[in-house]
Write a protein that binds this ligand. Structure first.
Ligand SMILES: Cc1ncc(COP(=O)(O)O)c(C=O)c1O
Length: 445
């Protein structure tokens, strides 16, 4: 074990974070090499700073003129210079302020300064690097975003256990959630990833469901298990109904119990309509981590960043800093939110008009970008292909039985027609499949 890793591990002694670390997480540290020394020099090297691997002229990074011409409001430091490993400090501070504004139950003394990563995917993946080992179980709602399987199972060798989130009722299948948590707690450790608003269902918990989830986690921690909760808040803010949560679960989890380590992974990808920026934030919260412990976890996280992508995208960070500080942003975001909400309402309306459909059963949805149908009597992939080839409608087939529709990508006036076509095609496909099966059976006879 490297001496710096030993030092960080010592600072974490006795905390849930230390017990939850994977073997890679235990080995990780942030080197006192180029990055740390050049950060020091940035403050003190007044005569000449010859540390970082960048080329300068008159104190400014060199920049190609086509790049400069196309980013007229950013200077070379804000475009082509390396960003610090954990992100540009004012960007981190601005995002932290926004987190507090958007999540009133978040206690400012119990969560870290957000770390900048190149997208939410990267944030989930580095978190898994730190806290998930071969063969270890991580729970998730099912169906879930398909990338969880790649990250937790294929990359980290962990076991992704999907809890069936819905059982035909209007909300979460709380009995299944509780059973899965209690089963995992028997091992002394529960790891879980929450994603609300959810991909692919479009569901966010009601207030009582959120209270029940928090109470369950508190009880499990009080009974002696360590709990790692990742909050994938990719679609945060897009809540369309009065009765649902409006804050991230991280707000309460961050200061719930010493044995609970909460990790919030969020960012401008969907919240600020900046999908290609490739930047996101990772924040830690735990009652068991004092300032030294929090710093040790951040250093380990920086070790994960430094050893993979080195740092996130510089221009994206500076563009986001400007966006967060501009008075136009709030009203514009509200306008986009209302536009997506109208699309959501249009979808609700067609589904209501359609009533109980023999093939397509919508999963509960109230938020985010998506809604999904559970398909009965016809395979989701067969239906997807029919929609695409016969009607030019693109949808996503998941796990044989789910068809996901991104209503956020559909203009409001197209929604009734698109959904009617989906319903009609589902019925026709079921009839055609039924006829084929009957013929096949007859031929066998
Ligand atoms: C649940 C969920 N998490 C994370 C992401 C990816 O976010 P990013 O593009 O910032 O990596 C997505 C995007 O599709 C998503 O649906």
């Amino acid at each position: 074990m490297h001496v710096l890793a030993d030092e960080l591990n010592a600072r974490l002694t006795g905390t849930a974070a230390q017990r939850l670390l994977s073997s890679l997480g235990r080995r990780l540290y942030f080197p006192r090499g180029i990055i740390a020394q050049s950060a020091e020099a940035k403050q003190a090297a007044h005569t000449a700073n010859a540390t970082i691997g960048m080329a300068y002229k008159d104190g400014k990074p060199l920049v190609m003129s086509v790049i400069a011409d196309n980013l007229p409001h950013l200077n070379p430091d804000q475009t082509v210079a390396y960003a610090p490993t954990a992100g540009v400090e004012p960007v981190r501070l601005a995002w932290r302020d926004l987190m507090l504004k958007k999540n009133p139950s978040l206690d400012p003394s119990h969560f870290s300064l957000p770390i900048v990563v190149p997208g939410i995917t990267a944030g989930i993946s580095y978190t898994a690097d730190l806290f998930l080992d071969d063969g270890q179980v991580i729970l998730s709602g099912g169906p879930c975003w398909d990338n969880y399987g790649l990250i937790f199972r294929e990359r980290r060798g962990g076991m992704l256990m999907e809890i069936p989130l819905f059982n035909g009722g209007p909300g979460l299948n709380m009995a299944a959630v509780e059973a899965a948590f209690r089963e995992a707690a028997k091992t002394g450790v529960v790891r879980v990833i929450f994603n609300f608003p959810n991909n692919p269902s479009g569901y966010a918990p009601s207030q009582p469901e959120a209270d029940a989830l928090i109470a369950l986690i508190r009880e499990i921690a009080e009974d002696g298990a360590d709990v790692l909760v990742l909050c994938d808040d990719a679609y945060f803010g897009l809540f369309y109904e009065d009765g649902t949560i409006k804050e991230s679960l991280f707000g309460r989890l961050a200061s719930l119990h010493e044995r609970v380590l909460a990790v919030k992974i969020d960012g401008p990808t969907k919240e600020d309509y900046a999908w290609g920026f490739r930047m996101a934030f990772v924040s830690f919260g735990s009652l068991g981590l004092d300032a030294g412990g929090m710093d040790a976890i951040i250093k380990k996280y920086m070790g994960a960043i430094r050893s993979s992508v080195s740092c996130a995208n510089t221009p994206a960070q500076h563009l986001m800093l400007k966006t967060m500080g501009d008075p136009r942003t709030e009203a514009e975001k509200e306008g986009y939110y209302q536009m997506l909400r109208r699309r959501y309402c249009a979808v609700k309306q067609v589904i209501k008009e359609e009533g109980d459909h023999p093939v397509l059963k919508p999963l509960p949805f109230n938020s985010g970008y998506f809604m999904s149908f559970r398909c009965e009597g016809v395979g989701a992939e067969i239906l997807r292909r029919e929609l695409l080839t016969r009607h030019g409608i693109g949808a996503i087939a998941l796990e044989e039985q789910y068809l996901r529709i991104t209503f956020a990508a559909l203009d409001e006036d197209k929604i009734p027609q698109v959904y009617k076509t989906i319903y009609r095609t589902a019925e026709e496909t079921r009839t055609a499949e039924g006829t084929k099966t009957a013929e096949a059976l007859r031929n066998k006879d």
